[in-house]
Design a protein around this ligand. Sequence first.
Ligand code: NAP
Length: 235
Amino acid sequence: MNDSTALVTGANKGIGKEIARQLADAGLTVLVGSRDPERGERAVAEIGGDARLLVLDVTDTDSIAAAAARVDRLDVLINNAGVMVDSRTPAEAEVASFRRTYETNVFGVLAVTNAFLPALRRSAHPRVVNVSSGTGSLTWSAGEQFPHVGSGAAYRSSKTALNALTLYYAHALADEGFKINALAPGLRRTDLNERAAAADGDPAEAAAGAVRLALLADDGPTGEFVSWDGSPAPW
Ligand code: NAP
């Protein structure tokens, strides 16, 4: 369909693999980010189309530099890789679990995005989608949406920080034609945590929301937080 190239981090399973599959179905060349080459190769075979493995650990500076050196031009970056280390409240949490969570969910996004900025700047229509979470919404957390408020503090606050980063990146790069948005995928059946593993939500439905943001037209929004179905999510 086109000669666009997309990179999806953490694309060897879960929502990321579905995003990669749908982008490949749309005719893009898809770099399937995976920190483990074997898991990545298996996913590439399942995804089909023009999917290619890109070994990438978003917490490893050398891995990020090596991956970025292999990509000349990038049209779409999906920062999808994420972890939930535990579901403790801040009162129960250890600093170490916050650090581990932020390494992937926040610092990893910063490091990967900046490493691939030169390649994104070579695109005529650069798009970045940060896979966030509705649980990172302070508005929802302060209201009735999350009765378990306080739990999962490391994960949820990491997504709040990711939302902030999304807005700041959007402002910083708006003049260069970037569209940079955050996605609230909804609860999906994946390996992320026990709640996700027991969920009914189809990861493909969330992936469609990410793909919509990845393929935004030039007059599309930037600096927004959007639910999987396209409706606005509150910061
Ligand atoms: P998942 O099935 O556990 O997938 C997570 C992916 O991230 C895996 O491919 C994993 O690779 C990868 N990853 C983790 N650490 C990485 C690292 N350091 N470098 C590179 N890749 C790494 O979970 P998921 O639900 O699909 O999560 C995808 C995104 O959706 C995450 O950002 C998550 O926070 C977000 N999200 C999910 C839900 C939900 O209900 N599932 C809801 C809201 C938001 P390995 O296989 O190597 O571990």
